[in-house]
Design a protein around this ligand. Structure first.
Ligand code: CA
Length: 236
């Protein structure tokens, strides 16, 4: 077994202790695991070991500023980034979004709104920035949690949905079994990595025209699974 991890981790980068405390309290109340960094260099260190799902990033920081931190995070990560800015200048927002921030909140802000925005960027990030994915005859509607194949509605179990959601959020990209387990079970998982194979098999029974020769949920031997980015031919 490798180390378990909580479902959602957040890194709060903020040099004003009162704001950091407030943001941490609200996120923890929502079940996030939170770490706080008070300057840009510590933010990058924390990011490297924590590998958070979301970063709440103040722009005006001692050391490296928020823009630079965002740029460096984006060099190797798809983690959601929500910028906090005291300044309401349009250029700040544009620059932040160009550097890869997913959203921004202007200070002073309501903690409730901040939490709602964090949840929204996490959702969008999980779905690869889209609400509906179409691959061949397969349609995955993330928001409504609906799946159709060739116009026919497919009923999935909760676990099957989570597996498909994870794969469909990054079509064409391989996820290892452990990565899938993280997305599906989070920290509560106590079983074996091969558990994923059972759910994939069931998914294929429901989605694939020929489960023996899958066109949507593909095996990458020795690594894991991926969802096809496209399928060739019209199929039977
Ligand atoms: Ca600041």
């Amino acid at each position: 077994m490798r180390a378990r991890r909580p479902v959602v981790t957040a890194l709060v980068v903020e040099d004003e202790p009162e704001i950091a405390r407030l943001v941490r309290a609200y996120l923890e109340r929502e079940g996030f695991r939170v770490e706080v960094a008070a300057d840009g260099n510590r933010a990058l260190e924390s990011f490297a070991h924590l590998r958070p799902d979301v970063v709440v990033l103040d722009l005006m920081l001692p050391g490296l500023d928020g823009w630079e931190v965002c740029r460096r995070i984006r060099e190797g990560s798809r983690a959601a980034v929500l910028m906090l800015t005291a300044r309401d200048a349009v250029e700040d927002r544009v620059q932040g979004l160009e550097l890869g921030a997913d959203d921004y909140v202007t200070k002073p802000f309501s903690p409730r709104e901040l939490v709602a925005r964090v949840r929204a960027v996490l959702r969008r990030n999980r779905w690869g920035g889209r609400e509906v994915l179409r691959v061949g005859e397969l349609v995955v509607d993330f928001r409504r949690r609906r799946v159709r194949v060739s116009g026919r509605a497919v009923r999935l179990t909760h676990t099957e949905w989570r597996v498909l959601e994870a794969l469909a959020g990054q079509p064409g990209q391989v996820l290892t079994r452990w990565q899938l387990i993280d997305r599906v079970y989070g920290e509560s998982f106590e079983g074996f990595e091969r558990t994923v194979d059972v759910h994939v098999k069931n998914l294929r029974q429901k989605l694939e025209p020929d489960p023996q020769q899958p066109r949507y949920v593909l095996t990458v031997h020795g690594v894991g699974y991926k969802l096809a980015r496209s399928v060739g031919g019209a199929g039977p």
